[in-house]
Design a protein. Structure first.
Length: 317
């Protein structure tokens, strides 16, 4: 089988391909880019406070007006960037191999459109956050996100925006802390329905050449994450296949037309079908197709992603 390819502009994404997984068969009921419906509004949300120590530090990849908070959790430090606002707190979580700078272009527009508090952060081993040795563990990633939000004073009304591998963090986080969540926008995210035993094994085998290549240069964050993800990929995703998203938390599922499996028609179909299957599992989930987009939807179709985040945030405020 051919190795996974990315249509997005960054060549290192071929190395983080194993982190970008997906869905099982289901009947596609995709709406277009418009016409999505959303549930009734929820009570007003709280914004993040400055309870953690912080200092404004300019630097490459940081959004204008953001404040850096270094959060300690379980023996390592994590970088959270906060643009203060009001209403729901919108948390942007990047995909495999990407840090908070992935969202830099979107933060200013999103804050201007919603007035909300916007948080981006670097998962362990990426950006300005400390490296944590060993296999990538989604539950540890969930604990890091929870610790950051808690120390920033965010206790409710979170709108979580998750791209690619971050969909796995979002699923476990929402399952464990549904009371914190107002809703989620899952952007071509890795979702449980994809991970049948057969498809999980296919993806692991297809990516083994990329893993072997990464082991020759494990110093880069992207290669390091790829290696860490590969270490327990099969058992982790067999378990993920059985994880349920709480029915109480609404979700908008944006699926790309080309998917991360561009050029692999059967796997691409499974990815799209998985998104549809997930969206059909509860009446407060909406499926939106990013027409013409590669897996890199936030870069290819930023206006669409902004539109869906704004819809979710306004519906919950």
């Amino acid at each position: 089988m051919a190795r996974l390819r990315f249509s997005g502009p960054r060549t290192h994404r071929t190395l983080s391909a194993i982190a970008l997984l997906a869905v099982t068969t289901g009947v596609v009921t995709a709406c277009g880019d418009e016409g999505s419906t959303h549930p009734d509004p929820a009570p007003p949300a709280a914004s993040a406070s400055a309870s953690a120590s912080a200092a404004s530090i300019p630097g490459a990849g940081r959004s204008a007006g953001s404040t850096l908070h270094m959060i300690d959790n379980d023996g390592h430090r994590l970088a959270f960037h906060v643009v203060d606002g009001h209403g729901p707190t919108i948390v942007l979580d990047a995909g495999g191999g990407e840090d908070s700078s992935y969202w830099t272009d979107m933060v200013r527009e999103l804050h201007a459109a919603t007035g909300a508090t916007i948080i981006t952060y670097d998962r362990a081993g990426l950006g300005e956050s400390d490296v944590v040795p060993g296999p990538w563990d989604v539950e540890s990633a969930v604990g890091d996100l929870r610790a950051g939000l808690e120390k920033l004073g965010v206790t409710k009304d979170v709108v979580l925006v998750s791209h690619s591998q971050a969909g796995e963090v979002a699923t476990y986080f929402t399952k464990e802390y549904p009371e914190l969540m107002s809703g989620a926008v899952l952007v071509d995210a890795s979702l449980p329905p994809l991970y049948t035993d057969e498809e999980t094994a296919r993806i692991a085998a297809a990516n083994q050449p990329a893993v072997d290549a990464a082991k020759k240069d494990p110093s880069t964050p992207q290669n390091r994450q790829l290696i860490a993800t590969a270490e327990n990929y099969v058992p982790m995703h067999k378990a993920y296949h059985g994880v349920s998203w709480p029915d109480s938390v609404p979700a908008t599922v944006i699926v790309s037309e080309k998917t991360p499996f561009d050029g692999m028609p059967e796997d691409a179909r499974l990815w799209r079908d998985a998104a549809a299957s997930f969206a059909q599992q509860a009446p407060n989930r909406t499926l939106v197709t990013a027409k013409g987009s590669s897996h890199d939807v936030p870069k290819d179709r930023p206006a669409l992603v902004l539109q869906e985040i704004e819809k979710m945030a306004s519906a919950r405020s």
